[in-house]
Ligand binder design. Structure first.
Ligand SMILES: NC(=O)c1ccc[n+]([C@@H]2O[C@H](COP(=O)([O-])OP(=O)(O)OC[C@H]3O[C@@H](n4cnc5c(N)ncnc54)[C@H](O)[C@@H]3O)[C@@H](O)[C@H]2O)c1
Length: 333
């Protein structure tokens, strides 16, 4: 199988290494808007990887599938071209920078019947999968509360912020997707707020460094999602589920950067970031993509789910900006 990779940054380098570890991948073709970055990455991967430039050269490279790990504002263009060429795509979240772009990709992929798998890797995390099974099996009884957090130890480089789409679309979109995925319910109302006590770069781009939203699900369950770029204790991503019969948490282990008080168990070396915490999930989602390309399994993260998560992120942004409750139907197309 010949796979292309657009984007050789933080997550692109991780995906390249994972793909080269799969026996089925005969060659990996790497491109980046910064060609030197693509060349450096390919050179470090051994004989199966090669760099091409410009990025458009990917579309004449005879690919069986394309992995898009470029900056968010490049996603829609790259995915659109791949779909038009009938090339299956794995695309990092979010699928596009706005609702229109996400909607158009969904329609194009559906019309052309080309798989577009979105990078919601929490769907491949052992804890989230077990939580979903427990909810479906009724182990918790009816849910009253869900709490989801995404705490980064430190902000990304300032250059990442302008193209990121903001905290709700860039980061909390994972929480919004996983709440739908794990509970099987839809969100009917959101309230949200943001905080800016860190670097001024966030406010300068209309963004927040910390955000939280209260979601009301269609069965009456309340869900709280929160994220920050400033959790110096370590990388902390958890999903807590509380029901009438039981409570469960995904993502709590000896490395979760949370010290109980009175302090009797200081966490082991805390998770340093998403690359470490979700390593098995990233491997599993790319393994799944190869199976999707080979026609062996249905798409586990279709554009329809990316669109729904984006609607919710957009609704949270609107709720935060206008300080009011928002029905996601307000932003749906
Ligand atoms: N699923 C996750 O957990 C996760 C984690 C981190 C990042 N991401 C997503 O992955 C994407 C990349 O994030 P990152 O942290 O690797 O960013 P990054 O800034 O480290 O890398 C982005 C790369 O894209 C390149 N690029 C920009 N425009 C391009 C284009 N048109 N064609 C090809 N390359 C282009 C840049 O030169 C850079 O090398 C973002 O969309 C982000 O939302 C997902």
């Amino acid at each position: 199988m010949r796979i292309g990779l657009a984007g050789a940054g933080r997550i692109g380098a991780r995906h390249a290494a994972a793909l080269c570890g799969l026996a089925e991948i005969e060659s990996l073709v790497v491109a980046d808007a910064d060609p030197a970055r693509a060349r450096k990455l390919a050179a470090g991967l051994g004989g199966r990887a090669a760099a091409v430039e410009p990025v458009e050269a990917l579309f004449g490279a005879g690919l069986d599938g394309l992995v898009v790990a470029a900056a968010t504002d490049a996603h829609a263009g790259l995915v659109g071209r791949a779909v038009a060429a009938a090339t299956p795509v794995f695309c990092e979240k979010p699928l596009a920078s706005d609702i229109d772009g996400t909607f158009q990709i969904m329609v194009a992929a559906r019309t052309a019947r080309v798989p577009v798998q979105v990078g919601f890797q929490r769907r491949f995390d052992a804890g989230y999968l077990a939580a979903r099974e427990a909810v479906a099996a009724g182990r918790l009884g009816w849910l009253h509360t869900v709490r989801s957090c995404s705490f980064d130890p430190a902000p990304p480089p300032p250059s990442y912020i302008p193209a990121s789409g903001g905290l709700f679309r860039d980061c909390l979109i994972h929480d919004l997707d996983s709440i739908r995925y794990v509970t099987g319910r839809e969100v009917v109302r959101v309230m949200a707020a943001g905080g800016n006590r860190g670097d001024a770069v966030f406010a300068e781009h209309g963004d927040v460094d910390t955000g939280a939203a209260l979601l009301v699900l269609d069965d009456g369950t309340l869900a709280v999602v929160s994220a920050t770029r400033y959790n110096a204790a370590g990388y902390d991503v958890r999903l807590e589920l509380f029901g009438a019969k039981d409570s469960l948490v995904a993502g709590l282990d000896a490395r979760t950067p949370l010290t109980p008080l009175p302090a009797h168990a200081v966490p082991d070396t805390p998770y340093s970031g998403f690359l470490e915490r979700f390593a098995p999930a990233y491997d599993a989602e790319l393994r799944a993509f190869v199976d999707v390309v080979a026609g062996r399994r249905p798409n586990p993260c279709p554009p329809e789910d990316a669109l729904e998560a984006f609607y919710l992120a957009e609704a949270c942004e609107l709720a935060r900006r206008e300080c009011r409750a928002v029905d996601p139907a307000e932003v749906r197309r």
